[in-house]
Design a protein around this ligand. Structure first.
Ligand code: SAM
Ligand code: ZN
Length: 292
């Protein structure tokens, strides 16, 4: 458990007017000077996604996808990835310092929980997470009361500038400018993207012509690449967990009922998983020389 958690000193910004939000004495409501106020839900999270910024009634991943992801992740198949992330964070986190970390598009918070579990200095971590899906954030907050979760879009993060020491982006959409804004100078961005062989055998089942994943660049402008690490291995989930894996991916849309039934009826299927972990550093502020 983190020593200062929950992080009540958090600097949230009002999603309506961008002024700082302050925690009221009741500790139940955040409000800005313009009297816009936001109640903490019973699970402890804050909903900073006003209805006028929603593009649909329930944006983000559906409850079905969330349940499938939680079932699959809790079975431990991606634990080597979680441990790999914790090892990198152990290196970037300087000893004896409070370290503020944002899990961007955190879903139901599996990786945040694993980081608390595996990081050497988890008592000095102040963990935050955002996701546009309210069901995901409610589930994350319930499971990890020591962390601070908000319903908010990653394209409009409700945190002040230069706030975080590390932003973690795992298979989640983002806005490079926002990441840059909320990170302190010289702090870190850690991203996980699918490697070329990720879920190869699952894709072979669905598509006639499977292509290797194009490796996308994950270094936003204003960041410098530090390390690239590939973690790949094979998993053999049982029928139920194979179905959960399919449900949590976008391939589920392409797989018809027949494919899904055949997949779940297989006695065994080995599936490759392949992750690329990229660590980059925000460059320190540029010194601009005045024009003579
Ligand atoms: C593939 S899931 C990854 C979830 C989590 N990072 C993980 O790996 O378990 C993508 C997540 O991004 C969320 N999401 C989609 N658009 C978003 C946005 N604009 N802002 C924040 N989260 C978003 C979805 O609701 C979903 O939880
Ligand atoms: Zn306001």
């Amino acid at each position: 458990m983190s020593i200062l958690n929950p992080d009540l000193t958090v600097h949230y910004l009002c999603p309506l007017c961008n002024l700082p939000l302050h925690l009221e004495v009741s500790k139940k409501t955040y409000a800005c000077q313009n009297r816009h106020s936001f109640d903490r839900a019973k699970e402890g999270y804050l909903n900073l996604l006003p209805v006028q910024f929603k593009h649909s009634k329930e944006p983000g991943d559906s409850k079905q996808m969330l349940t499938a992801r939680r079932q699959f992740l809790e079975a431990g198949f991606y634990e080597p990835l979680a441990k790999g992330l914790a090892m990198i964070i152990n290196v970037t986190h300087k000893h004896d310092q409070i370290y503020r970390l944002l899990d961007l598009g955190c879903g139901e918070g599996y990786y945040s929980r694993q980081i608390e579990r595996y990081c050497e200095q988890s008592h000095r971590l102040l963990q935050h997470g955002n996701d546009i899906a309210k069901v995901a954030i409610a589930a994350a907050a319930k499971k990890q009361p020591s962390a601070q979760f908000v319903v908010a879009s990653s394209s409009r993060l409700p945190y002040s500038d230069n706030y975080f020491d590390l932003v973690l982006r795992i298979f989640a959409p983002c806005d490079d400018k926002e990441i840059n804004r909320v990170l302190k100078p010289s702090s870190h961005l850690l991203t996980v993207t699918p490697g070329p062989r990720h879920l190869w055998q699952l894709k072979e089942f669905i598509y006639d012509d499977v292509k290797e994943h194009a490796e996308e660049s994950t270094i936003p402008e204003g960041f410098k690449l530090l390390t690239n690490q590939r973690i790949s291995y094979k998993i053999a989930p049982n029928s139920e967990l194979r179905t959960a894996l399919l449900q949590m991916t976008p391939f589920a849309w392409s797989a018809g009922e027949q494919i899904q039934t055949t997949l779940s009826n297989l006695s065994e299927l080995e599936i490759e998983v392949d992750f690329i972990l990229t660590l980059s550093r925000k460059t320190p502020l540029a010194i601009i020389n005045p024009i003579n």
